[in-house]
Design a protein around this ligand. Structure first.
Ligand code: SER
Length: 400
């Protein structure tokens, strides 16, 4: 029998998570900036990143337990955004952390409690995974929690060993998945099948440091780092088919749709992808600018410029001819400001940066389009049917 958990808004899910762990003596800490202190990464990619020096024993924590909702950006799969159910550049990661305090048993027990008792998921809808040789975690799930062995999967390093980068703190992990179709049975559970499963909570048993040659040495303490995807939880609890249709993102899509004069639900697939890209990227953009990143041609600034340009380009693809990014940004700011007041405080800077980048890019696009027409005319006159690789590269690289 599958469960029927109650609808919760994104803001409610965030508050419920933080409250649950605050009641269990975790200090609620504010999200750190998207600009990390850690020089090994360009942007904050996970909830644990601000705590890396604590895990490594370089900083003494003020609290043994903490809980956060951390703004994160990952752009490694940017081309998948809008095309899959759940790829995003910007997302919020809910986390509970133990710095040398509780470990595996407690993290698993609370992970199960919040999933089943608080968010109301029926055990029949849950499957868990553990690292292949982590018999201890397997035993806790089976004996203390009572998960049937057919629903505890052992997976390899790619899935169940977590590290923030090639070096640094890391450890085996255990993930909790939501099963949308438990009626399909336990025999052929394939956790990669995203029509059936979604991973929503990663419990990392942070206990090693990996050096540049790949050697693992035990950390001074055994720690816990967890990550629950807010947008994924919203997708499950709001019973929508993907992250973009949750209340955290969909209003932005509606604003973009209104400007373009298209309706998301009756649109073709291509238009939907563009609307989803706009919905996703503009969230990343407002938070990046709020955290003092400026568009440029290097590093974080380049990531920002690229995201803004992709928003503008997808706007054009759905028929928007003028400037529109500040309007979609306004919707994104309104959605985020209660949890992240700095987006409203930085509203003027966000809109000014967007306006400048957008109008520059639109001019570049216009020049590029004229150039393309000229190239096509030339090619036709020469009796050819293809433009040269060189022209194509120049159009893409210089004119977006
Ligand atoms: N660091 C882990 C992750 O990003 C758990 O928080 O999934």
């Amino acid at each position: 029998m599958s469960s029927n958990p109650q609808y919760l808004s994104g803001n409610e899910i965030r508050n419920i998570f933080l409250d649950f762990f605050a009641q269990r003596n975790h200090q609620i800490l504010p999200s750190a900036s998207l600009v990390p202190e850690d020089p090994t990464v360009l942007l904050t990619i996970a909830g644990m990143l601000p705590f890396k020096p604590i895990f490594l024993g370089q900083r003494t924590p003020e609290f043994k337990r903490a809980t956060t909702s951390q703004k994160c950006i990952r752009t490694n799969d940017i081309e998948n955004v809008g095309r899959t159910k759940r790829h995003q550049t910007f997302f919020e990661m809910l986390g509970n952390f133990s710095f040398g305090d509780y470990f595996k048993e407690q993290a698993i027990a609370w992970g199960w409690e919040i999933s089943t008792q608080v968010f109301g998921f029926s055990p029949e809808n849950l499957v868990v995974s553990v690292f292949e040789d982590d018999d201890e975690a397997f035993g806790i799930w089976r004996d203390q929690i009572g998960v049937p062995v057919a629903r505890i999967k052992r997976l390899g390093e790619d899935d169940n060993f977590w590290a923030s980068g090639p070096t640094g703190p890391c450890g085996p992990s255990s993930e909790i998945y939501y099963d949308f179709h438990p009626e399909r049975g336990d025999e052929n559970i394939d956790l990669e099948d995203d029509s059936r499963f979604i991973e929503f909570y990663n419990l990392v048993f942070m206990q090693y440091n990996r050096d540049a040659s790949g050697n693992l040495t035990p950390l001074q303490n055994k720690n816990i780092d967890t990550g629950m995807g807010l947008e994924r939880m919203a997708q499950i609890l709001q019973k929508v088919p993907n992250n973009y249709e949750t209340d955290l993102i969909f209003p932005i899509i509606q604003t973009a749709g209104q400007i373009a004069g298209v309706d998301y639900h009756s649109s073709d697939e291509k238009t939907k992808v563009s609307l989803k890209v706009i919905g996703d990227h503009i969230r990343a953009v407002i938070h990046m600018i709020a955290d003092e990143i400026r568009a440029s041609n290097v590093g974080r600034g380049y990531v920002l410029r690229r995201l803004i340009r992709r928003v503008v380009r997808h706007g054009r693809l759905i028929g928007i001819s003028g400037e529109f990014t500040t309007q979609v940004a306004e919707t994104a700011i309104a959605l985020s400001e209660s949890a992240y007041p700095n987006v409203r405080q930085r509203e003027a800077a966000i809109k000014a940066e967007l306006q400048r980048e957008e109008s520059n890019f639109l001019r570049t696009l216009d020049r590029g389009e004229k150039l393309l027409e000229e190239i096509i005319q030339e090619v036709k006159q020469q009796g050819e049917t293809q433009i040269s690789g060189e022209s194509a590269f120049s159009l893409y690289d210089t004119y977006g």
